[in-house]
Design a protein around this ligand. Sequence first.
Ligand code: PBG
Length: 327
Amino acid sequence: MSQIHFRRHRRLRQTPSIRSMVRETVLQKEDLIYPFFVVEGEGVKNEIPSMPNVFQLSLDLVNEEMNTVEDLGIPAVIVFGVPHDKDDVGTSAYCDHGIVQKAVRQIKENNPNLTVIADTCLCQFTDHGHCGVVEDGKILNDPSLELLAKTAVSQAEAGADIIAPSNMMDGFVAAIRQGLDEAGYTDVPIMSYAVKYASAFYGPFRDAAHSSPKSGDRKTYQMDPANRLEAMREAESDIEEGADFLIVKPALSYMDIIREVKNNFKAPVVAYNVSGEYSMIKAASMNGWIDEKSTVLEKLTSMKRAGADLILTYFAKDVARWLDEDN
Ligand code: PBG
């Protein structure tokens, strides 16, 4: 028989030790950002029905949660506020005693080493549920910018380490950068939701944050899932306007976009593993259809391989525990 020539790729997969020596992507605790929901009231710990093991917490229960997060070695959290009062201009988003401002102040006092990121948006705080000012059914761009900048400044005043604007108005990064700079917060970075699609995967979050639009949808400001070049235009604008980090959201259906943003821009890229992505894995694993730990670790490692430097995930605490287990 004539000699067949082929390469033996399996040589590098022989043992756990060799496999770990040639592993190209490593998931670490330092990559994780833990999102959580804070509500008014006392002793409130509401599990989100569509997100098992994710809770809305009142302020008196937040310290315990943050201690757990810090002890697990997760470096950062992102705060989502669920306010009591809503109005048409989202006043509770930028008032000094807003739920986010109170939470940020408390966390920085109790866990000064935890990096606190404030989600800067209006939809949880407006009675119509849109992320900006609405007039005659239209979401107005420029009047929304002023409110966003006010919100960002009040969050920085409360002690937020990073501002994460998520409302997808044009010019939001520029407006917030200017607002922060004028208020003396030149050192507070902006983690922009640069590429945010109008996604069906946000469904469970809207249950958790009570932020569904009362009418219409978000398709005039969030992006069409069919578009790739538009993502590059969005990211480019945010970089020009002063964004320090670029978020791509959601993550799993948008791995190509994560890679392309990574290749085209020099800023750190953040993948947002959103609520619906959490719920899908949770539901399947609770049914015994897939193994939760290995599925989640595979998914998050894939996000890093796609180019994410950081991952925002509701699984952050579980992942930190699993990484400890495996070391
Ligand atoms: C608010 C906001 C949303 C999410 C984060 N910030 C929802 C939305 O745009 O409707 C979704 C997060 C998730 O699904 O985990 N603008």
